[in-house]
Design a protein around this ligand. Sequence first.
Ligand code: HEC
Length: 116
Amino acid sequence: MKWRWQILGFLMICLTGWSGPVDAQSDLVSAGRNFAEMACSPCHVVSDRYKVPILRNPGPSFAEIAARTSTTGDSLRTYLRSTHRDMGQSGRMPNPRLLDFEIDEVVAYILSLREH
Ligand code: HEC
């Protein structure tokens, strides 16, 4: 008798487990949005909450970046890891020196802006 409940419990965990990957992805996207609004909005239009970048030489908006066919998860990762060498040139984007999990979040967010 007792076993039945345990089996039922196990099945419930399996079933609820299914929604896991989807939720994890949307958590990543919303974390990325928060992060971008904080860290990138001075120079990029990152969402409709912050429409005007405040620093000069603004970069392209995130929606614009997402819409390019050349933009992929890999191209974004490479870019975010390598802008370092442009630091001396005025007007270029400085290396944001992001941590890996921040890169994952912000990349997930940018790609989520792509219109399907
Ligand atoms: C100090 C201003 C500044 C900040 C802060 C900034 N950017 Fe940028 N970004 C730029 C500029 C300017 C460009 C245009 C390309 C260049 O000159 O390097 C750019 C370009 C980019 C591009 C590439 C666009 C392309 O041409 O393919 C990506 C992706 C990007 N930024 C992401 C980010 C993310 C993510 C953040 C926040 C963590 C961020 N940026 C913060 C100024 C900034």
